[in-house]
Design a protein around this ligand. Structure first.
Ligand code: SF4
Length: 346
């Protein structure tokens, strides 16, 4: 943006003004940038544009706490972005104004589709189209910031493998943390990888406060080769080595995501293998009841089995949580809304 303004003969502080309007005030119309001279606003309208994805469809959960948007990009491709509102719901009203919630998390995508092709994931099954740009990643946060006001958390857990294009993902996250733009605390951002080791190594070198999550879903290579096909390239032994090196360098706790699938990876021996593998690591295991997918092959585990699985981890001294389910009834499973709306991808 600086280059553009300099080429226009404008001083650098104009960039800060425009960025403040876009990122902090959620404004997408140059005419609304009232501290810019009228003549500059006219020039900006002539030579520049603030491009926003358009909302193809938005659905809300019955309790109104989860909203999912299918956003159309400039080239017509679509991505999913989810807003989740947590706790601190204002009392005494049936429907609470969205801006009053204190914790507002947005889940963003980094690719159109996903090349990893996990068989339990609607996005993976729909195939890979292309990477998103920095602007397209950031625009998802802007979209919900306009709807809900200042956001508190961002999770990079939507469509795509964020470390397949580490530099683009990282620049987008730096934009979110930039005090002059979104000013989000790095500690409130989590990026989740399916095990792209070079990305974990780069993140370790970055020594950022951004949180790292790794989608594990199995603790043996044979099963993980099927559930997370990237495992064939980066098997568990190498992945665990990279995660340990990350923790040693950054002193940061890593979250392992484990989606429990009925009779696939939810037996007690799977829990014991997982406990054995992560024991002693600076980590936390997040158990996730599998979201419904288009395929019947992968169903969520019965609750009793989930609790038994969790108990084995807890008894082994592994910090473990069970993810709060949000938005299941609105097809919040990754890729499901896009699949419903874009049959050509299914
Ligand atoms: S689960 Fe994640 S990594 Fe696997 S296919 Fe889906 S989006 Fe890609």
């Amino acid at each position: 943006m600086h280059d553009f303004f300099r080429a226009q003969g404008e001083r650098d502080y104009r960039v800060a003004q425009v960025e403040r309007w876009i990122y902090r005030e959620g404004v997408n119309d140059f005419d609304a940038m009232t501290n810019l001279p009228v003549e500059l606003r006219a020039r900006l309208k002539a030579y520049a544009q603030i491009s926003n994805p358009t909302v193809v469809h938005e659905i809300k959960s019955a309790d109104g706490l989860t909203r999912k948007s299918l956003l159309r990009l400039a080239d017509g491709e679509t991505i999913e972005t989810v807003l989740m509102l947590y706790d601190d719901a204002p009392r005494g009203r049936n429907v609470s104004p969205i801006r009053l919630y204190k914790r507002k998390t947005v889940c963003i995508s980094t690719q159109v589709g996903c090349p990893i092709k996990c068989p339990f994931c609607a996005t993976g099954q729909a195939g890979y189209i292309r990477n998103l740009t920095v602007g397209e990643i950031v625009a998802q946060v802007l979209h919900y910031a306009r709807v809900a006001g200042a956001l508190t958390n961002v999770v990079v857990m939507g469509m795509g493998e964020p470390f397949m294009q580490f530099d683009v993902t990282w620049r987008a996250l730096e934009t979110l943390c930039d005090p002059k733009r979104f000013a989000l605390s790095a500690r409130r951002i989590t990026v989740s990888t399916s095990g792209e080791i070079p990305g974990i190594e780069k993140m370790a070198r970055a020594k950022s406060q951004i949180n790292l999550a790794v989608s594990l879903h199995a603790a043996d290579d044979e099963l993980r080769n099927v559930l997370v096909p990237l495992n064939r390239k980066y098997p568990l032994r190498a992945l665990m080595r990279a995660v340990k090196a990350y923790s040693a360098r950054t002193h940061r706790r890593v979250t392992f995501e484990y989606a429990l699938m009925d009779n696939v990876n939810d037996q007690l021996e799977h829990a014991r293998a997982l406990a054995q593998m992560v024991k002693g690591m600076l980590c936390h295991v997040n158990l996730i009841p599998l979201n419904p997918t288009a395929t019947e092959k992968f169903r969520r585990s019965p609750y009793a089995r989930v609790k038994s699985f969790q108990k084995i981890l807890q008894d082994a001294g592994i910090p473990t949580t069970l993810r709060v389910e949000k938005g299941i009834e609105i097809a919040a499973g990754c890729g499901m809304l896009r699949q419903h709306e874009s049959p050509r991808h299914s």
